[in-house]
Design a protein around this ligand. Structure first.
Ligand code: PEP
Length: 255
């Protein structure tokens, strides 16, 4: 079965409720039956309003940017997958490098979050990727393998097929720098191959692999043509409806 492409906009800590609704309205207005899954990830405070608005706009799906692994309890400041499910979030970004880097999120925490998301029937968008130093010292594949192995250690083969893996080199996020097509192709091939070893080839072949890191409307079509890349995780450019739309549309020039 062909993997449906998916374009995810990660708005990070940007967007009041008013700005979120404006952005979604503009996006929806110009979005004509996309052949890709279009997903937006506004901040937590905007999710409920976005959910209400998106009930009339089913072409756009909702993601959260993070979650806690427990369903409820004394975890001040945290949000659980149960709450995300209640407001019809379909996806949740887990293990973004900014969370690993600034909020000390460990592979163990990422593993618990992925397992909890799957248990709540949310689709995890699991972010993995090497730092600049790790790439320079030839450790990219070791890092990808180790992050995948730990993050998916609680996920049996029967639950793995919906999981989305986002390859996001840490040094490419928000920097304007990107790997070459060959480097992305090789990382995506490695990820698919490793997923095949972890589960089996048919399972690995149903899992979607995204590229993320300084995607813009000029380079998106190129990235979408790379073998084993099934979509994009877009940060900065997703805050501008016209840029995000071009990125979504660049899928058409990619087949
Ligand atoms: C991201 O936040 O996942 C990301 C890829 O950001 P940017 O597109 O701004 O590099």
């Amino acid at each position: 079965m062909a993997r449906k492409p998916i374009i995810v906009g990660n708005w990070k800590m940007n967007g009041t409720v008013e700005e979120t609704l404006k952005l979604i309205t503009e996006l929806h207005h110009k979005l004509e039956s996309p052949e890709v899954d279009v997903v937006v990830a506004p901040p937590f405070t905007s999710l409920y309003s976005a959910y209400v608005m998106l009930q009339e706009m089913p072409t756009i799906k909702l993601a959260a940017q993070n979650m806690h692994w427990e369903a409820e309890g004394a975890y001040t400041g945290e949000i659980s997958g149960v709450f995300l499910k209640e407001i019809a979030c379909d996806y949740v970004i887990i293990g973004h490098s900014e969370r690993r880097q600034y909020f000390a999120e460990t592979d163990e925490a990422v593993c618990k979050k992925v397992a909890s998301a799957v248990a709540q029937e949310l689709i995890p968008i699991l972010c993995i990727g090497e730092t600049r130093d790790q790439r320079a010292s030839g450790k990219t594949e070791n890092v990808l393998e180790s992050q995948l192995k730990k993050a998916l250690s609680a996920i049996p083969m029967s639950e793995a097929k919906n999981i989305v893996v986002a390859y996001e080199p840490v040094w490419a996020i928000g920097s304007g720098e990107t790997p070459t097509e060959k480097e992305i192709e090789s990382a995506a091939y490695f990820i698919r191959n490793y997923l095949g070893r972890l589960y089996d080839a048919p399972t690995a072949n149903t899992m979607r692999i995204l590229y993320g890191g300084s995607v813009n409307s000029e380079n998106s079509g190129i990235f979408l043509r790379i073998p084993n890349i099934d979509g994009l995780l877009v940060g900065g450019a997703s805050l501008f409806p016209e840029k995000f739309l071009k990125i979504i549309e660049s899928r058409h020039s990619s087949s």
